[in-house]
Design a protein around this ligand. Structure first.
Ligand SMILES: *Cc1c(COP(=O)(O)O)cnc(C)c1O
Length: 395
């Protein structure tokens, strides 16, 4: 049996390679940070991690994790409702609720699970989900697992959202689902207008703060801070794998009855292992750090302004951004790969994105800024971009 299937797989893999879409993983041999070493011993400045606040190698988080591993062990060997809940898990859930100004929080192994297990327990075929066309894959999968009627609106397009909401009046309950920050452009969802339409057409709002929490808003409390809407949206999902430490773990936070029902019915919560105590402890430390002072958030915002301003002044075509994502538009797929490879020769670590990750003819290099970047590292990055752009006739 395997012979035929093996040939089929080999053909498929070759097709991916022929299309230039085969993903090779680059190996890092240091902690994740703004300066890293990759296999072969090459030093590079990292501009493509989700390590927005530079916490991935933070000594206080490491210490908190070590201490909790010593005092509470390595793993829970259980799902939450059988015997997988320690006080640390409850404390972390409380810390997430306090951070977002919500009523209650449920932890998951990842935000992919939070989104995957969100809709199915809450909605039936009588209900509707109205989803932004550029939402993350995990929202799309979560929607697929739910029997609710599906509507889709063009990215951030409020006229289209209104049309879909009008159509969705045919259903009993409606949830509008959106990313807080869309990861390919760095644009923020128009949450104030979404909320207004939700009020007008009697819908709930769900926002995934994975790329916005810790980043957007003066104190990094996400898009609900940016739009001065703390505590207003019914459902927020997010990850501990990006700004909040860069490890693993996800959460859904919001109205207490919603969270309560998810604890009873959400399948990735009921049938998947509890996060380890050390991860919960480091998560708790993250929220303590972010509410202690605004140093990291301020540095991230200053670094982003510094980089984007200078790149624009140099003549680069940058997508409008309100996050720590800076999309340097090159349009041509091959050029984006050549550009990224040339930058790596200059010691700058970035990734070129092209179709199908972004629309056809919209190839780009996505730069992600971090509070961990020094001004010297930013200057080196900008200088390398300019040098490569001139060599490749982009500038
Ligand atoms: C990264 C991301 C996720 C997945 O988060 P994990 O915790 O890594 O599973 C979900 N939604 C959005 C919008 C993301 O950017």
């Amino acid at each position: 049996m395997y012979n035929d299937f093996q040939k089929h797989l080999q053909t498929t893999l070759q097709e991916i390679k022929d299309a230039g879409l085969y993903k090779n993983e680059r190996v890092i041999i240091t902690p994740q940070s703004s300066a890293i070493k990759v296999e072969g011993g090459v030093d590079v400045i990292n501009f493509c991690a989700n390590n927005y606040l530079g916490l991935a190698d933070n000594p206080e988080l490491i210490q908190a994790a070590k201490e909790r591993m010593d005092s509470r062990g390595y793993g829970m060997a259980s799902v939450r409702f059988i015997c997988g809940t320690q006080d640390t898990h409850k404390q972390l859930e409380k810390a997430v609720s306090d951070f977002f100004g919500t009523e209650d929080t449920i932890l998951y192994a990842a935000c992919f699970d939070a989104n995957g297990g969100l809709f199915e327990p809450l909605l039936t075929e009588q209900d509707a989900i109205i989803s932004d066309a550029l939402n993350h894959a995990s929202i799309i999968d979560g929607v697929r697992l739910c029997k609710a009627v599906r509507y889709r609106y063009k990215n951030g397009d409020m006229a289209d959202l209104e049309q879909q909401l009008i159509a969705a009046q045919a259903q009993r309950f409606r949830i509008i689902a959106t990313d807080g920050v869309f990861s390919m452009d760095g644009n923020v969802c128009p949450l104030d207008k979404i909320y207004e339409l939700a009020q007008k057409y009697n819908a709930l709002v769900m926002v995934d703060e994975s790329h916005s929490a810790g980043v957007v808003g003066k104190t990094g409390h996400g898009v609900t801070e940016l739009y001065n809407m703390r505590g207003k949206v019914e459902i927020i999902t997010g990850t501990l794998g990006k700004a909040f430490g860069g490890s693993v773990g996800g959460f859904t936070t919001g109205r207490k009855e919603i969270i309560d029902l998810l604890r009873q019915r959400s399948r990735p919560y009921l049938f998947s292992n509890s996060i380890p105590p050390m991860i919960a402890a480091a998560g708790l430390k993250t929220f303590e750090l972010l509410t202690r002072d605004n140093t990291l958030q301020d540095r991230l915002h200053a670094n982003t302004d510094y980089f984007v301003t200078r790149m624009k002044a140099a003549g680069f075509d940058i997508k409008p951004t309100q996050s720590a994502i800076c999309a340097v538009m090159l349009y041509d797929a091959r050029l984006s790969q050549e550009f990224a490879a040339a930058l790596q020769q200059e010691g700058i670590y970035v990734t070129g994105f092209y179709y199908p990750v972004v629309p056809q003819g919209q190839a780009r290099i996505r730069v992600q800024l971090s509070a961990a970047h020094t001004t010297e590292q930013l200057d080196k990055g900008i200088a390398a971009f300019i040098k490569v752009a001139k060599a490749l006739n982009v500038l």
